[in-house]
Design a protein around this ligand. Structure first.
Ligand code: 0O2
Length: 247
C-alpha cells in the first residue's frame, strides 16, 4: 500500500478498523525494532571478540571503537518514500538493509579490510552486499567500506535471519563523514557549494594522510598484517628458542 493509499485507507476506514490497523502496525514495528536490536548485539559481540583476541595476541587493537544505531523512523519513512514503497513494517523489513547499523572505527586502512574479512569468514554470517567507497569514493569524497550481512538470531520459538549494515572506516574518514552528514541535514547553510568543495578537498587530504599513516605504521612494525612472527612472539612475552648448542 503506497503512502497516499494508506492515508486514504485510514481516512476512509471506520474508526475501529483504523484503530486496529494502527495498533497492529505499532506492535509489528516495536517487535521489528527489538529484533534489529538483538541482531546488532550479535554482530557487535563478534566484533568485540575479534578485537579482544587480537589485542591479546598482537598487543594492538585494530578497532578503535564501535557505535550502533537503529535507523530513525523519519529516515525509514524518507527511504521507503524514495524507493516508492508502502509505509509498512513488511516493506521496511523486506526492502531496507540499514535499519540496524553498526559503525566500526579503525586506526588504519588495512585494519578495515582485515576486520571485514575476519567478520565475513565466520560461518554464521552471510555477506549480502559489499560497497567499497574507499576504492571507489563517492563524488562528494565520502569514503567507507559498507557491508550488508545477515545473521541468524534465536528467539523463543524461531530462528530469524536479520540484516545489519556494517560501515567500517578510519578515524579520519569518520571525522569527515560526521561533518558532511551535518551539512546534508542542515537547511539554509550559506555558501553550501563552497563548503562542499572544501569538504571534497579535505577528503583528498584525509585519504593521503591515511595512506601515509599506514605506511609509517608498516615501517614501525615492519609488517604486512599484524606483525612479523618474531615481533608477535616478543609482544606475547614468550621466551624465544635459545640458539642451538655448539657441538
Ligand atoms: P542514516 O542517518 O545513517 O540512516 P541502498 O541502501 O543501497 O538502497 P543507500 O542508502 O544510498 O542505498 O546506501 P549506502 O550508499 O550504503 O548509504 C547508506 C548509509 O551510508 C547512509 O545512511 C549514511 O549513513 C552513509 N552514507 C552514504 N553516503 C554518504 C555520504 O555521502 N556522506 C555521509 N556522511 N554518509 C553517507 P543514511 O540513510 O543517509 O543516513
Amino acid at each position: 500500500m503506497s503512502g497516499e493509499l494508506q492515508k486514504n485507507f485510514i481516512e476512509e476506514t471506520s474508526f475501529p478498523d483504523a484503530q486496529e490497523y494502527f495498533i497492529n502496525q505499532a506492535y509489528q514495528f516495536q517487535e521489528a525494532l527489538m529484533m534489529y536490536n538483538c541482531a546488532i548485539r550479535e554482530v557487535r559481540t563478534k566484533l568485540e571478540v575479534l578485537n579482544d583476541e587480537l589485542s591479546i595476541r598482537y598487543k594492538r587493537n585494530p578497532i578503535e571503537f564501535i557505535t550502533s544505531r537503529i535507523k530513525k523512523p523519519f529516515s525509514i519513512v524518507e527511504k521507503l518514500n524514495r524507493k516508492g514503497l508502502p509505509l509498512t513494517v513488511e516493506a521496511m523489513t523486506a526492502a531496507l538493509n540499514d535499519v540496524a547499523g553498526i559503525r566500526v572505527i579503525c586506526s588504519f586502512i588495512d585494519d578495515i579490510y582485515s576486520v571485514a574479512d575476519m567478520l565475513t569468514r565466520q560461518d554464521d554470517i552471510t555477506l549480502i552486499q559489499k560497497k567499497d567507497y574507499i576504492k571507489a569514493p563517492k563524488e562528494n569524497g565520502y569514503r567507507s567500506l559498507h557491508l550488508i550481512v545477515e545473521i541468524p538470531v534465536f528467539f523463543s520459538d524461531r530462528k530469524q535471519s536479520m540484516r545489519v549494515e556494517v560501515q567500517i572506516r578510519t578515524i579520519a574518514m569518520d571525522f569527515w563523514a560526521s561533518l558532511e552528514h551535518q551539512l546534508k541535514y542542515k537547511q539554509d547553510v550559506p555558501d553550501s557549494a563552497q563548503i562542499q568543495q572544501e569538504l571534497r578537498e579535505c577528503a583528498d587530504i584525509i585519504s593521503q594522510t591515511d595512506a601515509r599513516m599506514l605506511d609509517i605504521k608498516n615501517k614501525i612494525f615492519q609488517e604486512d598484517g599484524f606483525g612479523s612472527p618474531v615481533e608477535k612472539l616478543k609482544k606475547l612475552n614468550l621466551p624465544l628458542a635459545p640458539p642451538p648448542a655448539r657441538p
